[in-house]
Write a protein that binds this ligand. Structure first.
Ligand code: AMP
Ligand code: ZN
Ligand code: FE
Ligand code: FE
Length: 284
């Protein structure tokens, strides 16, 4: 498996965010950037939203980039937050649509609560600016962070998070989340495959992965831009051991937005989408 870990020109990037959640580039713009850097297959994986997929697919058919459907669902587990990627899901599936509406409502109410708390703490920030930053997409803490920077209350998005938006700080409010097994079940209900995103973020890869496998996990995000070769080699072995599809991506949020997350920067094997399709087909 280690032989796959050679950094070079990648043709696949399966972890991309757009303005449908907290990315700064519109879905069509993400696809144009993908084409410009030589990507052939991509997935848009917005947080708790499939709203950008139709636009991305349309742009993909124009510029010759294969856009598969994707989502990144935030889930709650004992250690905090765990992100579950869903690939090849049917965005029209009614069970999925109902849940996503619930997420959207919860994120909107949460944004209001965050702004109220910050205002009560004397921070001059308005809901209007936060909503403008989200521009109709799934509202998240990065939108609040950008509004705080605009208002001169933080030096950068990272600074805004550190001072106001992480657990223990005045503006931290959780939003509605499923548990990891519920997210896997929902992804399967929508005919998709479930992949654990940036596995090291869980802080307990070796114990979490077997648990999720028992819950029906299909894949592991091995080729994540930020992970070094040793980390990727370890995850590749873990994926092989549990018969999980090794996937990968950059977690792009916009040009220059996050260091080490440039679009196309993950070294993802060319056959990854075919492998995901085979797993999805075997379930139907
Ligand atoms: P939310 O889903 O609204 O809770 O926000 C999650 C988003 O915030 C994800 O895109 C994270 O990458 C981003 N995020 C979480 N913590 C930080 C941090 N300390 N600095 C910058 N971005 C962060
Ligand atoms: Zn994000
Ligand atoms: Fe994530
Ligand atoms: Fe992400």
């Amino acid at each position: 498996m280690t032989s796959q870990i050679q950094r070079g020109q990648s043709r696949v990037d399966l972890h991309l965010h757009s303005t449908a959640s907290d990315g700064t580039t519109a879905p069509s713009g993400v696809v144009e950037l993908a084409a410009a850097c030589g990507l052939q297959s991509i997935a848009l994986t917005d947080h708790d939203s499939t709203a950008g997929i139709a636009e991305a697919r349309k742009a993909g058919s124009k510029v010759g980039v294969d856009v598969i459907t994707g989502i990144e669902m935030s889930t709650a587990f004992t250690r905090g937050e765990l992100h579950m990627l869903g690939y090849l899901i049917d965005p029209e599936n009614s069970t999925l649509r109902d849940r996503l509406q619930q997420f959207r409502d919860s994120r909107e109410r949460r944004a209001e609560t965050i702004v109220e708390r910050l205002q009560a703490a004397g921070i001059p920030i308005t809901l209007e600016r936060v909503l403008a930053s989200a521009a109709g997409g799934a509202i998240g803490r990065p939108h609040v962070a950008r509004a705080l920077v605009e208002a001169g209350q933080a030096k950068s998005v990272a600074d805004a998070f550190d001072r106001f938006l992480v657990p223990g700080k005045v503006g931290y409010v959780p939003h509605f989340r499923l548990t990891p097994p519920e997210a896997i079940e929902l992804i399967h209900a929508a005919n998709g495959v479930a992949v654990l995103a940036h596995p090291y973020s869980t802080g307990a890869v070796e114990t979490i992965v077997p648990e999720l496998v028992a819950d029906g996990l299909d894949g592991l995000e091995v080729f994540y831009s930020l992970y070094n070769d040793d980390q990727q080699a370890f995850l590749a072995r873990l994926a092989g051991h549990h018969d999980l599809v090794p996937t990968g991506g950059s977690d792009f949020h916009g040009t220059g937005e996050r260091e080490g997350h440039e679009i196309g920067s993950a070294n993802v094997p060319d056959d990854t989408v075919d492998r995901l399709r085979r797993v999805a087909a075997a379930k139907r």
